[in-house]
Ligand binder design. Structure first.
Ligand code: NAP
Length: 279
């Protein structure tokens, strides 16, 4: 039986098994997707001996997304550009890795806002961590013209500029309202607004009426940011859809079927979040 897993430390919180085992059952495939707690000390041996552990591939989550790179035989361009990976699969005896967060974000964005074109447009991005990098990499491939970044630690934006070039600019929080007048997209890629984390307080009054507001946070399913954007009549995109869409490529590589993100899957994972709102 084909087996895949998600590795992290700790890992008990991961909802990936719910997603992949739902698809395995839906498509009538013989397979299993498990959680595996792998400590930083165990990481090299685990990845170098993935088949020996009984797996055809794995997802990689916190805190291993960057450290894992050095133990993989072949990384793709997305991993090279973002410096992190979340999906590993075997080709023969060699490990290959990709990062699907940016693609998951983008596919969810265009599924939620059909016909959206970002070519030549401007986005404002809150955050400069791993998820922010994945989003920048994908938005640049969608030919967005500029991404203005706000981050608590401004030095991290300099690193983004060094990696991704002149399309990245630094936005001072005090200038947000004025600068938001020309934004087509606002994305929260910080953990602010997540259950148990500090609130995200931001003035959306100057965003154009045709702009889109996206939040990566999915606990709660509808964050205060999304509620405020809806109250202004703006189109909104939640974080749970991204989580579901980022799982598609891994499932296809491991189990050979490209799965669909359906309302039934969304509702199933949403119900789990509402029952137990852990992040
Ligand atoms: P990360 O690498 O740790 O980055 C965290 C970001 O949040 C940094 O920019 C950090 O600013 C900022 N931040 C954290 N606490 C803050 C606070 N109290 N005030 C202001 N800024 C704060 O994490 P990540 O992997 O990028 O994840 C970021 C968020 O995206 C998390 O909420 C995560 O759950 C979510 N996410 C969702 C999905 C999905 O599928 N929906 C996928 C990946 C991530 P500093 O640089 O100043 O520390």
């Amino acid at each position: 039986m084909k087996k895949a897993c998600v590795i992290g430390w700790p890992i008990a919180h991961s909802r990936s098994p719910l997603i992949h085992n739902y698809w395995l059952a839906k498509y009538g495939l013989e397979g299993l997707y498990e959680r595996r707690a792998v400590s930083p000390q165990e990481l090299p041996e685990f990845l170098q001996n993935l088949a020996g552990h009984g797996y055809i591939g794995c997802n990689v989550t916190i805190p291993h997304k960057e450290a894992a790179l050095q133990y993989i035989h072949h990384i793709d361009d997305v991993v090279r550009r973002t410096g992190s990976l979340n999906t590993v699969y075997l080709v023969g005896s060699q490990t290959h890795a990709t990062s699907t967060d940016g693609e998951g974000f983008y596919q969810n964005l265009i599924a939620t806002v059909p016909g959206l074109s970002l070519q030549g447009k401007r986005a404002i991005l809150l955050g400069a961590g791993g998820a922010a990098k994945a989003i920048i990499e994908r938005l640049l491939r969608a030919e967005i013209a500029e991404i203005a970044v706000i981050n608590r630690t401004p030095e991290r934006i300099q690193e983004l500029k060094a990696s991704f070039g002149s399309a990245i600019s630094i936005l001072q929080p005090d200038h947000f309202v004025t600068e938001s007048k020309s934004a087509a997209l606002l994305v929260n890629a910080t953990s602010q607004g997540m259950t148990g984390q500090p609130r995200l307080d931001i003035d959306l009054s100057a965003l154009p009426s045709e702009s889109v507001v996206a939040d990566l946070v999915y606990v709660p399913l509808e964050t205060d940011l999304l509620k405020a954007a809806k109250a202004r009549g703006l189109r909104t995109v939640g974080g749970l859809g991204m989580l579901l869409h980022q799982a598609v490529n891994g499932f296809e590589k491991w189990f050979g079927v490209r799965p669909e993100v359906t309302p039934e899957l969304y509702n199933r994972v949403a119900a789990d979040i509402e029952k137990e709102p852990r992040s």
